[in-house]
Design a protein around this ligand. Sequence first.
Ligand code: SIN
Length: 473
Amino acid sequence: MTLYDSLIAEYRTDTGLSVENPANGDHLFTVKNYSVAEVENAIENADIAFKKWSTLTGKARAAILRTWYDLIIENQHALAALITAECGKPLTEANGEVLYGASFVEWFAEEAKRLYGDIVPHHADGKRIMVLKQPIGVISAITPWNFPVAMITRKVAPALAAGCSAVIKPAEATPLSALALEKLAIKAGIPEGVFKIVTTTDPVEIGKVLTTHPTVRKISFTGSTAVGKLLMAQSADTVKKVSMELGGNAPFIVFEDADIEAAVAGALISKYRNAGQTCVCANRFYVHENIYDNFIEKFTAAVADFTVGDGADEGTVVGPLINEAAINKVEELVENAVADGATVALGGKRHTIGGNFYEPTLLTNIDHTNSITQAEIFGPVAPIFKFKTEDDVICMANDTPYGLAAYFYTKDMGRMFRVMEALEYGMVGVNEGVVSTEVAPFGGVKESGIGREGSRYGIDEYTEIKYSLIGGI
Ligand code: SIN
């Protein structure tokens, strides 16, 4: 039986959350709509499971997580097909996402064995100081549709490695990849209750349960800044630990001395990955006035070559946007940018293939007062600004409440350090258009979030520090 068939056999229901393919509107299948009482029950089961899971050795948890990793890799193509079917990204990107998602499971399986504490030099005779890291308890997570596998593993793998149990609400658009991960986790030997997916048509109500239930000790969220603020407010009453990976407005700066070919290659991947629907996508391009025309000529030629279509079709580079609301938003942003004086150098409208497809778009001759500078575009639209000096461009790049990712291209070593340090962002790509990897800390500053995911820092988000003073020695 294929992974898809086994999902249908286990999770298909007659009524509940209906899942559609954003490329053609086809109904995939319907899954369960969890009630508030059922989610509360999942939290209580997670608490029971936590008591046992947290007492296993790190080595034992590591072995189970490693098996989960192996199963994800074994099912790479089946998972990728599911991602493409429910979220629309091209199959090559979906396959890349499965590997990226699996890498967090592999990494944190290894980290499970390294949750070190400290012996602190004592401050008085006859005493000793010990610092432990302990799992925080039951955690909840609310995950987005743009990386339906990787955003779950990036949260669940460190949580489980630390000894926590997890209840996850995936995005309404993409529950199937989440359920596939759950199925593989059970097969890997992750005990009942330790990792539970709850699917729903009512994210507001279920979000409330996940942020207010007293047994949940931590909430991790990836999504918009507006929703993140609401979840933080809801979590305040029970003083939960929070991790928030929120919106971005990434500047992509090309200095006069940059390698233009490399900058164009970086711009293409940074902007058009997942049709521009990632929090770290380049959102505003700043190109030095002396190379502006040259950069635009090369960038336009490359973007004009993109094949737009169903992500399942071979050769597709840009897939659909996730839904009608997304395409309406992008359409309005471009209309407003043009009304504010921007020139459409390429694209600028819905694609002729219809549905949720928007043309890869370049906007030029924009000045910094244009409304699009302050919007998180989340679509295949690249506004390109001109700048004169390093100071000016740093100022424009930092002129946003967001602070997730930023990118710049230069060959000047001094400038690399100056600009990297001056940018108010959690992640900076220097001569690189993609910064995501399991080995480095992913996260933002300002209104882009709190906390870090991946890397050796990621597991700390799921632990509490306990200090013990031992006397009478
Ligand atoms: C995101 O868009 O939130 C995640 C992107 C990434 O991990 O590269």
